[in-house]
Design a protein around this ligand. Structure first.
Ligand SMILES: CC(=O)N[C@H]1[C@@H](OP(=O)(O)O)O[C@H](CO)[C@@H](O)[C@@H]1O
Ligand SMILES: [Mg+2]
Length: 556
């Protein structure tokens, strides 16, 4: 693109070149990469990236005809000193995959000229008219570096004439909600009011409707990971039916957001899931129902102590099967003229017993995708009602337009059918349609448990998990480990010959399943295994880890 050709006034290139220098690249980082979770690293190193994301968010908005794009500043379950950023597309979904490489390009310029060039490349590639309006909204979690990083983001937005609004501190799913609400506010069916309060109102009304004919029978405690989920859940409580009305007592622990260093420390959904342990601050008796959010409140897992005490986790697989059971039953009872197709989407890390339960007991479609919620989201969107969850507790339920039309236009044939229809309608409003949302998922689970009159024991008793193990092995070059497409990452195509060796090993174990893939977020490969007994699983996973180690050793 010729110099001075970015906009009609010819001033844009200078504006970018003059402001980007205020946010220099940190010497510590060779290359930033927009991965599954956007950019994520130490908060101190992110000013330059944040400036670049201001540029890209504006470009993206102009590309989609001025619709509002979201920018979320968070590092989720990671340490307090880390931070990160990701862009949110107009309907509240993750940034389109094709744009991830532009994100990487625009933040990796080594000089102002290179940043200007990257900007120009995007303009040219998508034939974007720089003179058209652009709109961006943003929010951040409770991390101390967030306020400073916002300044860098704003500099990028200002330099390129973007209209923007700061929503302050929010959970990640709240920002996704706001993006969708903003872009649908003039539609026949707006997603919700464009304000934080609008989010609580929508969920509060839906939860009240879902609980209209039922009562919860036991209290629940929520570990908020000392993150943004704590103040936001407290705010949410103000919009929920009283304890007397719903029977539900909600206790909140790990809510110390003013103490930055305790964020996600020995608590939160990621800690509980990966350590298979109760969080710091747990004081539950056996069978008390607890759950944990992660640091930006887009994941949730439940758990309790069984007799022993033995720790029992009710993870994303359990939430997916619970939701699919409940929604499947309601759909059947509502007896719609049009058939609604319900499907459950998981990754290969889902426990095999949950997948078997979905197909054999619930008789629903079960599908597997590659790791990463955006992959699950897209496949779930193909169903009328698509339930998706990663085992780690990130997930939601998507309703297609056909499903919503069918559910809302149905004339109930009996009082009982009306009740079921009301519960289903409430679910469509209660469940965040944009992304996994700990607050929304929490209210959904609580409503379902009340409907089914389930205790944690009964919930756990739906099926028995297969003994399993998730291990991690550091390797010299993880990108050598490539999987065969369309196998949900369960077969390696390289390193050559390794998959055959793994197959030979796994065949020795009864009902063995084991796969190896490169992590997308850590410098390691993951090994996941399941078999009939824990003893077998341990052996099998160790044997497969040995195969990798021998290989790595040879590389030497
Ligand atoms: C086995 C596992 O839990 N993998 C996680 C982890 O991805 P890896 O690519 O496996 O590092 O982080 C992702 C982003 O948070 C999350 O989506 C995914 O579920
Ligand atoms: Mg998160």
């Amino acid at each position: 693109m010729a110099p001075g050709a970015f906009d009609s006034k010819g001033k844009l290139e200078t504006a970018i070149a003059e402001t980007v220098v205020k946010f220099p690249r940190p010497a510590e980082v060779d290359k930033f990469t927009y991965g599954t979770a956007g950019f994520r690293t130490k908060g101190d190193w992110l000013d330059h990236v944040m400036y670049g994301m201001g540029l890209l968010a504006g470009l993206r908005s102009r590309k989609v005809n001025g619709q509002t794009i979201g920018v979320m500043i968070t590092a989720s379950h990671n340490k307090a000193e880390d931070n990160g950023v990701k862009l949110v597309d107009p309907m509240g979904e993750m940034l389109e995959t094709d744009w991830e490489s532009w994100a990487t390009a625009i933040v990796n310029g080594h000089s102002p000229e290179e940043t200007v060039k990257a900007y120009g490349d995007v303009l040219q590639k998508y034939n974007i008219d720089q003179d058209k309006p652009a709109n961006v909204i943003y929010a951040r979690d409770t991390r101390p570096s967030g306020a400073r990083l916002v300044k860098a983001l704003e500099a990028g937005l200002k330099a390129t004439n973007v209209t923007y609004k700061d929503f302050g501190i929010l959970t990640t799913p709240q920002l996704h909600y706001l993006v969708r609400a903003t872009n649908t506010q003039d539609d026949k069916n707006p997603y919700g009011e464009v304000s934080e309060a609008g989010y609580y109102k929508k969920l509060g009304a839906a939860f009240s409707a879902a609980m209209k004919n039922v009562k919860s029978n036991s209290p629940v405690t929520v570990d908020c990971a000392n993150g943004v989920g704590a103040p936001k859940l407290k705010e949410m409580l103000k919009y929920l039916p009283s304890e007397k009305e719903s029977g539900l007592k909600i206790n909140i622990v790990n809510d110390r957001i003013e103490q930055a260093e305790v964020l996600n420390k020995d608590c939160g959904a990621d800690y509980v899931k990966t350590q298979q342990k109760v969080p710091q601050g747990f004081d539950g008796k056996n069978y008390d129902r607890w759950c944990s959010f992660d640091g930006d409140a887009d994941r949730i897992v439940y758990y309790f102590n069984d007799e022993g005490p033995v720790f029992r986790l009710l993870d994303g697989d359990r939430i997916a099967t619970l939701a699919a059971t409940f929604l499947g039953e309601l759909v059947k009872k509502c007896d719609f003229e049009e058939k609604l197709e319900l499907g459950v989407v998981q990754t290969a890390y889902a426990n095999g017993a949950s997948s078997k339960y979905i197909t054999d007991v619930l008789q629903l479609q079960s599908e597997f995708t590659e790791t990463g919620v955006k992959n699950l989201h897209h496949v779930a969107a193909r169903y009328d009602i698509g339930v998706y969850f990663e085992a780690n507790g990130h997930g939601t339920v998507l309703f297609s337009k056909k499903a919503l039309d069918t559910i809302w236009k149905k004339e109930p044939q009996s009082p009982a059918q009306l009740e079921n229809l009301e519960a289903l309608r409430a679910a469509t409003e209660l469940i965040n349609q944009t992304v996994g949302d700990a607050i929304s998922d929490f209210l959904l689970v609580e409503a379902i448990l009340a409907h089914e009159q389930f205790t944690v024991r009964e919930w756990l008793g739906m099926y028995t998990d297969k003994p399993n193990k998730l291990a991690k092995q550091v390797v010299p070059q993880r990108d050598e480990y490539k999987t065969v497409p369309k196998t949900a990452e369960q077969k390696l195509q390289s390193p050559e010959g390794l998959q055959d060796k793994i197959d030979t090993e796994v065949a020795k174990y009864r009902e063995g399943r084991c796969f190896v893939r490169a992590s997308g977020t850590e410098d390691a490969v993951r090994i996941y295994g399941e078999a009939l007994s824990s003893y077998d699983v341990d052996h099998m996973v160790r044997a497969v880890a040995d195969l990798i180690e021998i290989r790595s050793g040879r590389r030497g």
